[in-house]
Design a protein around this ligand. Sequence first.
Ligand code: FE
Length: 173
Amino acid sequence: MRDVVIAVEAVLQRRGDSMYFGETVTQKEHALQCAWLAGRERAEDALIVAALLHDVGHLLSGETEDAADRGVDALHEDAGQRWLSQFFGAEVTEPVRLHVDAKRYLCATDRSYYASLSVASRQSLRLQGGPFHLSQLSAFAEQPFAMNAVRLRRWDDRAKTPGLPVPELDHYL
Ligand code: FE
């Protein structure tokens, strides 16, 4: 348990102050707001952890802030899943791995969802393959933890408020 606390603290300290691509919050603010939203909706602990660390893949790699501008899809969800699997089971790693596909799923199933996305998030959607085709929906939805990934995704999209006062990292460590 100590290992994961040290590792999470280190990665957020090292890269957490970088800006969240195309948004007005830092990676750390985004992570903390996402976890706070999960807690506010009484998500189970594993899903709160997933919310806190869903973008850890961005912080591990050397990718730069304008990756999306340059047309690069860095597959941060896979990098995050691999890193988190050192410490956690599927109840944490799967919602993280699926949180990008959850956006593709929501774009295909919820009319108002696409309109609610930020400009940066719409831009990255193209690189991520666009909305799912009808034939892809059930393959996504049938996976264990797919609906937790969808819940996480909705917090992810809202966790972008500059200056929002939320609990600090210590609260989760
Ligand atoms: Fe995110």
